[in-house]
Design a protein around this ligand. Sequence first.
Ligand code: AMP
Length: 191
Amino acid sequence: MLNIVIFGAPGSGKGTQSDKIIEEYGVAHISTGDVLREEIKKGTELGKLAASYIDEGNFIPDSLMIQILAAVLDALGKDIKGVIFDGFPRTIPQALALDEMLADRDEEISTVIGLEVDDAELIHRIVLRGRTSGRADDNEHTARHRLENYHHMTQPLKKYYIDEGKYVSIPGVGDINEIFSHIKKVIDAVK
Ligand code: AMP
């Protein structure tokens, strides 16, 4: 199975490139942000709890996030070509849990695609997205906090995956299709 982690800061283009990967390779998509926003929309208890973190630009606690991921992964069943993990893992404990979950299924991560975009461009993109996304967390103040969390808690994962020999860095600026052609080369080399 093709198990791809798409990795990068908020606004780095993970969602956009995930859509293209899904179209090209027919893999299933797990976006933890989308899963949580769906719960918020449905007004569930989980959604209410999630909103209290998301709207402030904070991470959902690891133990809860790992449980949610495991449930979503189980629900996909075995009859899939692979999975693209978008927005998970975001912390070292989440990365360890994902490795374990996949190992339990005799699977492993095929590659980690890291989209590299500088902070000024990220803020610009998030603020722009906020004009149409309707997301409470797509504003400059919350975006800055989300980026701090990213640098503090998520960026250490880069070293984790470099040490595992899985991390491939892709420049995340410029033409969307050109970025995707880089990604395609990486995936074709591991599939
Ligand atoms: P995203 O759509 O990936 O930018 O996620 C939106 C928000 O959902 C994040 O800013 C976090 O508050 C929350 N979230 C999504 N995925 C995770 C995760 N793996 N761990 C913790 N919080 C998460």
